[in-house]
Design a protein around this ligand. Structure first.
Ligand code: PMM
Length: 283
């Protein structure tokens, strides 16, 4: 069919995960060395990532906090080299100093899983620099989180708590258009909570900020694939499930999905964009 109108549909962006850590959920240890980290960042770009999310601290339950100097040492040189290679970079950190130095080294976006709750100066760094910031739903460090793991209505509570974070960011001077929201799948949430949040992505999109969804290879996916022993779930199966969630996220209007395997999710998001475009042309 001939294209008659310019499409307003934009494909959901792919944020590729680059954990420069010895101990992250699924790729801990693999890209801990600087050169391997940079090489993997370039590979993520080559396989479909629009943004590289560089992190130097694992958020795995029970993992000890990395000290500030070590986090800076892990993250900033990798950000600098990938930015020099033309990458769009988000920096996955709960520390304002790491965010600030990474932005100075060429990063574009702050990704704070604590939504400004871990470091009281994080939101002002976002306000002062004008950098977009991901505000993820977070109820504390995962080893402290069991006490705050109860929800009467997970969707309403996560949205309500995110609204509080949004209001605080705006009060500190972050522009609404620079706020990206994230339901925080797997953070103080069990599998049932995660599926309920995914069933309600439209409500997150309706918050009127960009939406990021980060389900990739998380435990609730592994438990779906291999309920008796999630550790036995194959990587390819987890990436297939992740790509399906990327499609659901794209359909709900997500701005980006954060994934370990860009290729599978990029195809899923392209399919959804093609269907959206065809729908617009047919309208
Ligand atoms: N999850 C992890 C790390 N960073 N950032 C955002 N915005 N949202 C997330 O859900 C998120 C994140 C943990 O996953 P990993 O260890 O596989 O990177």
């Amino acid at each position: 069919m001939q294209k008659t109108t310019n499409s307003t549909a934009t494909a959901t962006k792919i944020m590729g995960v680059l954990n420069v850590t010895p101990d992250s959920f699924s790729d801990g240890g693999r890209y801990f060395d600087h050169d391997r980290a940079v090489a993997h960042g370039l590979e993520l770009m080559a396989t479909g990532a629009d943004i590289i999310d560089v992190g130097g601290e694992s958020t795995r339950p029970g993992s000890a906090r990395v000290d500030e100097a070590e986090e800076l040492r892990r993250v900033v040189p990798v950000v600098r080299d990938l930015a020099a290679a033309g990458a769009v970079i988000s920096v996955d950190t709960m520390r304002a100093s790491v965010a600030r130095d990474s932005l100075a080294a060429g990063a574009h976006i702050i990704n704070d899983v604590s939504a400004g709750q871990s470091d009281p100066t994080m939101l002002s760094v976002a306000a002062e620099t004008g950098a977009p910031i991901v505000l993820m739903h977070w109820r504390g460090y995962l080893d402290q989180a069991s006490a705050t793991f109860h929800y009467e209505d997970v969707v309403a509570e996560v949205i309500g708590e995110l609204r509080t974070r949004i209001d605080e960011a705006i009060a500190v001077g972050v522009k609404p258009e620079n706020i990206i929201v994230d339901p925080g799948l797997g953070f103080s949430k069990n599998a049932e909570h995660n599926w309920q949040l995914l069933a309600a992505l439209n409500e997150f999109a309706a918050l009127d900020h960009r939406l990021l969804v980060a389900a990739s290879r998380k435990r609730f996916i592994a438990s779906l694939i291999s309920p008796d022993d999630p550790k036995l779930a194959q990587q390819a199966a987890k990436d297939q499930a992740t790509a399906t969630i990327s499609a659901i996220s794209a359909q709900a209007g997500a701005w980006a999905v954060r994934v370990h395997d860009p290729a599978t999710s990029a195809i899923a998001c392209k399919v959804i964009a093609a269907v959206a475009e065809a729908g617009e042309e047919g309208a």
